[in-house]
Design a protein around this ligand. Structure first.
Ligand code: MG
Length: 387
């Protein structure tokens, strides 16, 4: 196994918020803090596997927080240990059976990690064994003396560490197994103690850690201020031609005709892709994949939708709903609708219950009614400010 894994560390008790519930399981705008964090990684196309490390008392809370996630990249939870380092070690060991090339280790209580920061952290691993997102200290620093301001501390060259901290997998696993520095503050400190070079990556103020009740209020304000809900529409038509099957939402359906098109003529995926580009106000499928370019001749339309999904993450949005309606007399869509819906959810990287695929005839009227082709309409709803 190669690729990139994300380890979300959610094993802490986090009782500083004065709640019986650990902070990662507290609700935040309809989802738990942990689910916000998980969705940030699920929304990044560069992440191949995600493991969440949990406390043994939180099996039910974890199951509730991840209910409805059908993305196969999410692995079963890993039971953590009494210390953070022990929990990270348990997570790394769970991945070690089929080791990834790279791993991102992230605090569950930082739900606002952006796709940009995930990408920047991974990019730094091209030249360094580790990568540490951090922000420079801008406030003056003082050492207290007996309850008074004792003496200023030079802040030059001081940085505030964040996560995700990124590492090449083999050396960070080795560092954890060696336990070089049992008092290491975080994984970057452990990596440094093991002699690994760790790059500093510019962190983000929005990527703060929820620790105090004030942080939870700040998180709610952040979500309210950033909430940007958009709906896009898409429409596409392809004509019937010679052939023995049509491809709709990536599913091959035997038919007396095929659909004519430059790509695989998947009219449904084209409409959905255009709906997402519409919500992003980033043109349409024809601008991203010009029909004049022979590269896309006969292409599986999955790559078009994947591009729209990639742009959604890059712009800091997530897809919260897709609705696609096919208009045709034949073939009958009903028997294939469930498979089409599942395939659409897989490609769009969203939960099944956020995807709708349905069909109608046009009562034998018009070009669809005469059986000359298939039309597809789609809407996509995107929510920004949480990625
Ligand atoms: Mg088309």
């Amino acid at each position: 196994m190669t690729g990139t894994a994300a380890l979300i560390v959610a094993a802490g008790r986090g009782t500083r918020l004065g709640s019986e519930t650990p902070k990662q399981y507290l609700p935040l705008a309809g989802r738990t803090v942990l689910r916000h964090t998980l969705d940030a990684f699920l929304g990044h196309p560069g992440i191949d596997r995600i493991a969440i490390v949990i406390h043994p008392d939180d099996i039910a809370a974890h199951a509730a927080a991840t209910a409805g996630v059908t993305d196969p990249r999410l692995l079963p939870p890993v039971i953590g240990a009494a210390t953070r380092a022990g929990s990270v070690r348990a997570g790394l060991e769970a991945l070690a059976g089929t080791p990834p090339d790279r791993v991102l280790i992230h605090d569950a209580a930082r739900p606002f990690v952006s796709a940009r920061l995930i990408t920047a952290t991974l990019d730094a691993l091209a030249t360094h064994a580790g990568a540490l997102p951090a922000l420079p200290v801008v406030d003056a620093l003082w050492r207290e003396f007996d309850g008074t301001a004792g003496a200023p501390v030079a802040r030059d060259g001081l940085w505030r560490a964040q996560t995700p901290q990124g590492f090449r997998f083999a050396p960070i696993l080795a560092a954890h197994r060696a336990g070089t520095d049992p008092d290491a503050a975080d994984d970057a400190a452990l990596a440094r103690a093991a002699g690994l070079a760790v790059a500093l990556v510019p962190g983000e103020e929005r990527n703060f850690k929820i620790t105090s009740p004030g942080d939870l209020a700040r998180a709610r304000r952040h979500l309210e201020a950033q909430m940007d809900i958009r709906t896009g529409t898409g429409f596409d038509v392809h004509a019937f031609g010679p052939g023995t099957a049509v491809t709709l939402c990536g599913i091959t359906i035997p038919h007396s005709h095929g659909l004519i098109g430059h790509s695989d003529a998947d009219v449904a995926l084209h409409a959905v892709t255009d709906a997402i580009f519409g919500a992003l106000a980033e043109g349409d499928i024809g601008q991203w994949f010009p029909p004049s370019d022979p590269t896309w001749k006969g292409a599986a339309s999955e790559i078009f939708l994947e591009k729209a999904v990639e742009r959604t993450a890059a712009r800091g949005f997530r897809i919260t709903h897709i609705d696609c309606t096919l208009v045709c007399e034949h073939p009958k869509i009903g028997p294939h609708a469930a498979a089409m819906r599942a395939e659409l959810a897989r490609i769009a990287r969203i939960d099944l219950d956020r995807v709708s695929v349905k069909a109608t005839t046009s009562e034998r009227l018009g070009f669809t009614g005469r059986g000359e082709g298939i039309a597809a309409l789609a809407t996509a709803t995107l929510v920004g400010g949480t990625a």
